[in-house]
Write a protein that binds this ligand. Sequence first.
Ligand SMILES: [Mg+2]
Length: 135
Amino acid sequence: MVTQEGCYDPREWPVEQLPIRNIHTLQVFINAWANKTFPDRIPEAALTKLVMEEVPELLTHRKEKGTAAIGGEMADCFILLLDLCEIWGIDIAQAIHDKMEINRKRSWDLDTATGFYHHTCEGTAPIESEGGTHD
Ligand SMILES: [Mg+2]
């Protein structure tokens, strides 16, 4: 369980001992499980499955069964994403941190027709000084 450098290797931990609130540890653990369970998986197919099957399942479950019943479907989405992060060498904790640095500096507008928010400018400059919008 402990590497030569004195670090814990989450791939070797019994599941009941995993500090599952650490998202990078979870990413490594899920990838190790997927490597054993789905050794021939194709990353692009997994991404397509996420978009075409798991996200629609999440939307359907929430609509039909309510928010309290969607934990498993949310987990399906995250499991696929975290496995892909590990396959493609993305430390999701760092990627989220970096993206939130950008998002916090953006301005956002609500499209009332869709209910979606879109960013309207980068950085801290007001929208007027940007000369328009760009999404
Ligand atoms: Mg599902």
